[in-house]
Design a binder for this molecule. Structure first.
Ligand code: PSU
Ligand code: MN
Length: 308
């Protein structure tokens, strides 16, 4: 399938050409760079992931908002800027219009990356972890717009699941209600980001890029409307023991509570605090799972392009 991007987007020539030819493209997000990992590991990760996507036979397209322009495909200097500049705004879908109207930079979350990817005609998106229902979210109503977006934008999102800074069970319940297929990649269990297990099962499973691509194709061709969550567990040799990471997460949640961190700041705060409290151990696992997602996501994009 070939596509013409929305006219308000800035699409890198390489990405535009690939889309016009129906060649595989993989979208990547920028909040994971600006708010998900410390500098300079974040920039190293962004570059490495782009290279893994290329090695897998697809064109990488990191999404962000640059001086008010939704952009699909960042340059190397732009990746560096999004990693180094501490002041870049975290932009979910509700923030897009304001950032565009005021002409500033914005780092896109899973939700806003999905939306901009869809406006460009990109169907596969690789990230680390999804947002979801926060701990206590059934009371505070802190539920990530990533879930809303998955319900309304037909993009396949490859992640390592949801970490237990969130309420994983309620996140899966919400995804069911929101009509989002949650697909285990080579697993029957929904992964919990740092670990392969969560104790919760996935409703469906695929074992190869081709199987995943057929599922994505069917979802798109039927116009079902919602996105797809492809949950790809961290490789066993890089996973953290549940009891190790759970203690770190509990301590980070307690710190957030004590400091009164809420709203859009809570997820970045917790991610940063987890890296500190684990002495960087969690960062190694995070990097490993993102690399693995890039390998799987590019293979799915290649298989999807071959079906067209
Ligand atoms: N989880 C991670 N790493 C991340 C994020 C979540 O392990 O970088 C980021 C993603 O950009 C995700 C966003 O879309 O946090 C969710 O933020 P919120 O909970 O405010 O919706
Ligand atoms: Mn929130």
């Amino acid at each position: 399938m070939t596509t013409t991007p929305h006219p308000m987007l800035s699409v890198a020539p390489e990405v535009r050409d690939a889309l016009a030819d129906g060649r595989p493209v993989v979208a990547l997000e920028s909040t994971i760079i600006s708010h998900g990992m410390p500098y300079p590991a974040n920039v190293g990760m962004a570059r490495e992931v782009e290279q893994i996507v290329r090695d897998g036979g697809a064109v990488p397209a990191t999404v962000a908002i640059l001086s008010g322009r939704p952009t699909v495909g960042l340059s190397d200097d732009e990746l560096e800027m999004f990693g180094a500049d501490q002041g870049i705004r975290k932009v979910s879908v509700r923030d897009i219009a304001h950032v565009v109207a005021t002409g500033v930079h914005g780092a896109t979350t899973v939700a806003s990356t999905m939306r901009i990817a869809a406006l460009a005609g990109v169907q596969v998106f690789v990230t680390g972890g999804l947002g979801g229902v926060h701990q206590g979210g059934h009371d505070t109503m802190d539920v990530s717009a990533d879930l809303t977006e998955l319900s309304r934008t037909p993009v396949a999102v490859v992640s390592a699941g949801v970490k237990s800074i969130l309420d994983i069970g309620r996140t899966l319940e919400a995804l069911e209600t929101l009509e989002v297929p949650v697909v285990g990649y080579g697993t029957d269990e929904f992964p919990s980001f740092f670990s392969r297990s969560s104790g919760l099962s996935v409703p469906m499973r695929v074992d190869t890029p081709e199987e995943a691509a057929r599922l994505v194709r069917a979802q798109l061709d039927l116009g079902l409307g919602s996105g797809i969550s492809i949950a790809n567990p961290v490789p066993a040799e890089h996973e953290m023991a549940r009891e190790d990471i759970d203690g770190v997460i509990a301590a980070a949640l307690a710190d957030a509570d004590r400091l009164g961190v809420v709203g859009k700041d809570i997820t970045p705060y917790l991610l940063g605090r987890i890296v500190e409290l684990s002495d960087g151990r969690s960062l190694e696992t995070n990097l490993a799972l993102v690399r693995n997602n890039a390998r799987v996501g590019s293979a799915i994009a290649v298989a999807l392009a071959a079906l067209a």
